[in-house]
Design a protein around this ligand. Structure first.
Ligand code: G4P
Length: 531
C-alpha cells in the first residue's frame, strides 16, 4: 500500500463523555464491529468509578491491562482505526486533556436522560482549544430521556456548538422504535439486543414510503415525517468541511448497550472523520506526508513491576515513517535514541512493530528519558506545541516523613511528575515543595506509588490556593512582584515562575495592580508570546 494511502486510511480519535454516559459500552461495541474483541464485557478494566483508593489500587494491579487498552487499533472496512482510551474518573481529567492532543477527532457521548453534564462541558472546552472535530452520540434512547429537540437545544447552548442531526429517533424509552437515517434515508428498527451483527434496516426508499407506517404505525410515521421535514428545512445537507473545521458537530441517536445506532455511527465516522492532521511546532507546521519522521510523547505510563522502573511512553507519529532500531533525535535532551522493541496496539495483543505511520500511536520503553511533550525527529531541532499543562485545582505541600529516604523521595516525585500524574512547584528561592493536581485521588496515587516504587513515605498538607498562573513581564515588574509576593511565587519544573493565587479575588486584584505582568493559565505561554 502506498505511503499516502496508509496515511489517508487512518482515523485516530477518542471517545469522551461524562462518567456513566456510556463511553465504555460504546468503545466495546466499536471493537466488536472491528473484530478486535469477540465478547461483550472485555473493556471494563480501565474504569475507576468510585472515589476510593482501593479502586485505584485494583487498577494498579491491572496496569498491564490498562496499558493494553490505552490505545486500541483495529481495521474496519478499509480504515485503520486508532481509538485512544481516556480515563473515566474526573480526577484524571488532565490525562484525558493530554490524550486529546494526540487525536484528530472525538466522539462525544451524551446520556439522553442527563443531557449535558459537568465533564461534558470541560471536555468540550478542551476540544475547542484545538478545534477538534466532534461527532455527538446521544445514548440510552431505550430510556425515557429528554425530548430530542430539547436535547439539541441544550447541547447547542451549553456547549456552544452548532449541531447537525444525521439520524432521528422514533420515540424513546419503552416506546422507542428505531431511528431514521437522514443521510441515506433508511430506517433502522429497534430491537433490544446485545449482538453486534444484527441488522434491522428496513428497505424504504424515502420518508413517504408506505412501508414506514406499516413498520412503526400511522401515528409515529406521521410524527417522523413532520420531524424530518422540519429537520431537513433547518439543517439541509451536512457541510463536511464545517465539521472538519469543528464548526458543526454531526449527531447520532442510539443505544450503545443494545448495539443500536452504533454501526451507522461507525460507518459515517470512517467516511467523514479527518485523516491524520498536521501539527504545530515552535518552528513551523508539520504535515503528515512529509518524508522525515516526527512525533511527540503525550502520555507516560509506569510499569507494574516495582523492581523495574521502566515506563512506557506513548508517542503519536506526526509525519514520516517510524522505524524500529533507527536513531531519532530527542530534541529536548539533544541526543539520539533508538528503540528495539516499539509496541503497536493492534487489539489482539501488543506486537513489536517494524514501522508506524502518521496517526499511529506507539509505545516506547523508557528508562526516564521522556517527559510529556517531548519531541523526536530525524535531526530537525523542533518541539511540538499544543500540549500545555493546565493550572491544577488542588494544592498540597509535600512533607517528607522519612528523612533517611530523602533522595528516593526527590527522585520519585521528579519521575512521577514527568509522567504528568501531578505538577511540582518549588518555592522560589526556597525548598518547599507543592504538588498540584486536578483531583484528590491523584494525591493518594502519588503517596501510594512513592512508597511502593521508591520506598519513600510522605504526607500532604492541604493549602488554600485556587489557581496557578505562569507569570511573565519585564524584569523590574517581575522582580518587584516576586519580592512582595514571596510566599505565593513558586517555580515549575522548568524553572518558570508561577504565582499561586488564594482566590479569584486575589488573582484579579494582582492582575489589576500589576499591569506590567502577564498571568497565563497554561504553561504554553512561551509559544503564545513568540507568535
Ligand atoms: P462510562 O464508560 O461512560 O462511564 O459508561 P458505561 O459504558 O460504563 O455505562 C454506564 C452505565 O450505563 C452501564 O450500566 C451501562 O450498561 C449503561 N448503558 C450504556 N449504554 C446504555 C444504553 O444505551 N441504554 C441503557 N439503558 N443503559 C446503557 P451499569 O449498571 O453502571 O453497569 P453494567 O453493570 O451494566 O456494566
Amino acid at each position: 500500500m502506498s505511503y499516502e494511502k496508509e496515511i489517508s486510511r487512518r482515523r485516530t480519535f477518542a471517545i469522551i463523555s461524562h462518567p456513566d454516559a456510556g463511553k465504555t459500552t460504546l468503545t466495546e461495541k466499536l471493537l466488536l464491529f472491528g473484530g478486535a474483541i469477540q465478547v461483550a464485557g472485555a473493556v471494563k478494566s480501565n474504569k475507576i468509578k468510585k472515589h476510593a483508593t482501593s479502586d485505584f489500587m485494583e487498577i494498579e494491579r491491572q496496569r498491564g491491562i490498562s496499558v493494553a487498552t490505552s490505545v486500541m487499533s483495529f481495521e474496519y472496512k478499509d480504515a485503520l482505526i486508532n481509538l485512544l482510551d481516556t480515563p473515566g474518573h474526573k480526577d484524571f481529567a488532565e490525562d484525558t486533556y493530554r490524550t486529546l492532543t494526540a487525536v484528530d477527532s472525538v466522539i462525544l457521548v451524551i446520556d439522553s436522560v442527563n443531557g449535558v453534564e459537568e465533564q461534558t462541558r470541560k471536555l468540550m472546552e478542551v476540544c475547542r482549544m484545538r478545534d477538534t472535530p466532534v461527532i455527538v452520540f446521544i445514548n440510552k434512547l431505550d430510556r425515557d430521556g429528554k425530548y430530542p429537540f430539547d436535547l439539541l437545544d441544550e447541547i447547542e447552548k451549553e456547549l456552544n456548538i452548532s449541531l447537525h442531526p444525521l439520524s432521528w429517533p422514533i420515540n424513546m424509552g419503552r416506546e422507542f422504535k428505531g431511528v431514521y437515517n437522514l443521510y441515506d434515508k433508511s430506517l433502522q428498527l429497534f430491537t433490544p439486543s446485545q449482538k453486534a451483527t444484527e441488522d434491522n434496516t428496513v428497505p424504504i426508499t424515502d420518508i413517504h414510503d408506505a412501508l414506514l407506517s406499516e413498520k412503526v404505525g400511522q401515528r409515529d410515521a406521521k410524527q417522523l415525517r413532520e420531524d424530518v421535514e422540519l429537520l431537513e428545512g433547518v439543517y439541509g445537507e451536512l457541510d463536511t468541511s464545517a465539521y472538519l473545521q469543528a464548526k458543526v458537530a454531526p449527531v447520532f441517536f442510539g443505544s450503545a448497550v443494545n448495539n443500536f445506532g452504533v454501526k451507522e455511527l461507525l460507518d459515517t465516522f470512517i467516511r467523514i472523520a479527518p485523516e491524520p492532521q498536521g501539527r504545530d511546532t515552535d518552528k513551523r507546521h508539520v504535515e503528515p506526508n512529509e518524508d522525515k519522521f516526527t512525533g511527540f510523547i503525550f502520555k507516560i505510563h509506569a510499569n507494574l513491576d516495582p523492581r523495574h522502573r521502566d515506563r512506557i511512553a506513548f508517542l503519536r507519529v506526526c509525519s514520516g515513517k517510524f522505524g524500529r532500531n533507527v536513531f531519532y533525535h530527542h530534541t529536548r535532551l539533544d541526543k539520539d535514541v533508538r528503540f528495539s522493541n516499539p509496541y503497536s496496539f493492534l487489539a489482539r495483543e501488543k506486537d513489536v512493530i517494524e514501522e508506524a505511520y502518521p496517526g499511529d500511536v506507539i509505545g516506547l520503553f523508557d528508562t526516564g528519558n521522556f517527559k510529556i511533550g517531548d519531541t523526536l525527529t530525524q535531526g530537525e531541532q523542533l518541539q511540538f506545541t499544543g500540549i500545555p499543562t493546565f493550572s491544577p485545582e488542588l494544592f498540597k505541600e509535600l512533607v517528607n516523613k522519612d528523612p533517611m529516604k530523602t533522595k528516593q523521595l526527590e527522585k520519585g516525585i521528579m519521575q512521577l511528575t514527568d509522567e504528568g500524574v501531578a505538577q511540582l512547584f518549588t518555592q522560589h528561592g526556597g525548598i518547599r515543595k507543592i504538588i498540584g493536581c486536578v483531583g484528590d485521588l491523584q494525591f493518594e496515587v502519588i503517596q501510594y506509588r512513592l512508597l511502593q516504587e521508591y520506598g519513600a513515605s510522605c504526607a500532604f498538607v492541604p493549602l488554600a490556593f485556587y489557581k496557578a498562573c505562569w507569570i511573565t513581564g519585564d524584569k523590574k515588574a517581575i522582580d518587584d512582584f516576586v519580592r512582595f509576593k514571596q510566599g505565593n511565587v513558586m517555580e515549575d519544573k522548568d524553572g518558570n515562575l508561577v504565582y499561586l493565587a488564594q482566590s479569584e479575588w486575589f488573582l484579579n486584584t494582582e492582575r489589576k495592580n500589576n499591569p506590567g505582568i502577564e498571568f497565563h493559565f497554561t504553561s504554553e505561554f512561551k509559544t503564545a508570546m513568540e507568535k
